[in-house]
Design a protein around this ligand. Structure first.
Ligand code: ADP
Ligand code: MG
Length: 331
């Protein structure tokens, strides 16, 4: 059941009557078995988009199409869309096992069958040992995994995850990314995963849609987003570090990734600058260099200069990205 969102618009009226444009003409597509990740800063419209797909929010205009069927006017309960929210909402008076199985029970499945499925899905999300506990006895990360289990106990047409890993600690998050991927592949349905963490987006997504201000700035594979960001905004959002953008010359902004900046032994051989800060990062260092503008460089430990040192900065011509200074669009 592929998923398509066409020209979605949504405006909220805030208190005092101010208009908030949450979705400003969003087009998206996710195929069967595809994990589409939506990444963007807080307030960019990610949750509104997921809520509109699930039917919890109505669009002002535009369409939601699931498996070729226009469900724009169909109520949430009849869309067969499963969603995990930013804040996992569990029934506080039901055990973890009952929380995971409640949807299946409500659909009339046999108790024995549901119990078996609950154990199976709890095992795959590593919450089997928690089945008898109550939601109040769980950590934030455990609650999220239980909420995931509740969704993944059956195969919906589409699965939506709204920052499900936000409250999970770093080590577990890494493992859960892999588990979500594995479950998603086995379900073979479109899954839309929202995050504000671009590293998570690039690690998980078959494709990644970068959102800002209610618009999709670019939607492509992680490799393509990194290699050819369509705008300066995407260049700043995507990548292990924001791309350096140099002051415009003749209407062109040159961008270069910090991981492609190098120091040159010959003082006259590159752009002169002074080291203003050095920050160790494992095998590498992040070095802030004041040239005619400030540049960030990610350098191997063996190359790290001292703060205050005069250096010369270079990069290969093929590592330059060119953008239009006015529109920010890639040239
Ligand atoms: P994200 O999930 O990317 O952080 P949201 O989709 O939650 O962003 O919100 C997008 C914009 O719409 C924000 O400016 C937010 O304040 C606004 N917004 C969301 N829901 C409502 C609402 N129910 N009423 C008014 N404004 C809202
Ligand atoms: Mg949100």
């Amino acid at each position: 059941m592929s998923l398509r969102v066409v020209a979605a618009h949504k405006v909220f009226r805030a208190h005092g009557g101010a208009r908030v444009v949450a979705l400003d003409g969003v087009d998206l597509e996710a195929a069967d078995g595809e994990l589409l990740v939506i990444v963007g800063p807080s307030g960019s419209g990610k949750s509104t988009l997921l809520r509109a797909i699930s039917g919890l929010e109505t669009l002002d205009s535009g369409q939601v199409i699931i498996g070729g069927r226009d469900v724009t006017g169909v109520p949430a309960g009849r869309r067969d869309v499963a969603m995990v929210f930013q804040e996992a909402a569990l029934f506080p008076h039901l055990s973890v096992a009952a929380n995971i199985g409640i949807g299946e029970r409500a659909r009339g499945a046999r108790r024995r069958e549901v119990e078996a499925r609950v154990v199976e899905v709890a095992r795959s999300l590593d919450v089997e040992h928690l089945l008898r506990r109550m939601p109040g006895e769980l950590s934030g990360g455990e609650r999220q995994r239980v909420a995931l289990a509740r969704v993944m106990i059956r195969v919906p047409s589409v699965c939506l995850l709204d920052e499900p890993l936000a409250s999970v600690d770093a080590e577990l998050r890494l493992r859960m990314r892999g588990e979500i991927r594995a479950v998603q592949r086995s379900l073979g349905i479109p899954m839309v995963h929202v995050t504000h963490d671009q590293l998570e987006a690039m690690a998980m997504g078959d494709r990644v849609a970068v959102m800002d201000g209610g618009r999709v700035l670019q939607c492509d594979t992680p490799a393509a987003l990194y290699a050819r960001p369509a705008t300066t905004a995407v260049a700043r959002i995507v990548g292990p570090l924001p791309m350096n953008l140099l002051p415009a010359v003749d209407g062109v902004v040159v961008g270069v990734r910090p991981e492609r900046v190098r120091l040159c032994g010959d003082p006259g051989g590159g752009r002169p600058g002074r080291v203003v800060a050095v920050e160790p990062a494992g095998e590498e260092c992040l070095v802030r260099i004041q040239t005619d503008s400030e540049l960030l460089a990610r350098l191997p430990l063996s190359d790290v200069p001292q703060v205050g040192e005069q250096v010369s900065v270079v990069w290969r011509p093929e590592d330059e990205h060119h953008f239009d200074a006015l529109s920010g669009q890639r040239r």
